[in-house]
Design a protein around this ligand. Structure first.
Ligand SMILES: [Mg+2]
Length: 158
């Protein structure tokens, strides 16, 4: 349940070709430390490029965050305060984008929220290396706990 289907260095590695080849009809992005540095309100250039890659593959795009802070309207549709690894937000985004969970891909930087939540919802999961941030103590602890699992999964992911 915690094993990602795909592992990438960053969202820049997720190309339209990748989405087309894997039949991805919707991409559900985590925002903090996946698309943008933690807490960014507006999209960065890299973030816009990552979203464009999915859109140009004809995939729908949605966003999910455990953060409750309101975001720029670029991040639409979005589920805030998602309580990942709850599967609720993932299923809600699939419904809004009109896809089945098995047609969607989640992209996130944390095993215990993004990968686990997506897998529980029946969605494929891609893990990316977090952009930054070891300042938040809770995230720092999760990073330490993730480490041995990540070592195991890297090289073994499908
Ligand atoms: Mg994140």
């Amino acid at each position: 349940m915690l094993r990602p289907d795909f592992i990438f260095e960053s969202v820049a590695d997720l190309t339209s070709d990748f989405y087309l080849k894997n039949g991805i009809k919707a991409v559900i992005f985590d925002i903090d430390d996946t698309l943008c540095p933690h807490g960014s309100e507006a999209p960065t250039e890299d973030c816009r490029a990552a979203v464009s890659a999915a859109l140009s593959a004809g995939a729908g795009v949605g966003f999910i965050s455990n953060n409750k802070a309101k975001r720029n309207e670029f991040f639409t549709p979005i589920v805030l305060s998602a309580n990942k690894p709850s599967k609720r937000g993932y299923l809600e985004i699939c419904k809004r984008l009109g896809v089945k969970p098995c047609e969607a891909l989640s992209v996130g930087d944390q095993l215990f929220t993004d990968v686990w939540g997506a897998r529980r919802a029946g969605i494929k999961a891609a893990l990316v290396t977090p952009i930054s941030n070891y300042k938040n103590p809770i995230i720092a602890i999760k990073r330490v706990l993730e480490k041995p699992l990540l070592r195991k999964y890297k090289g073994k992911s499908k």
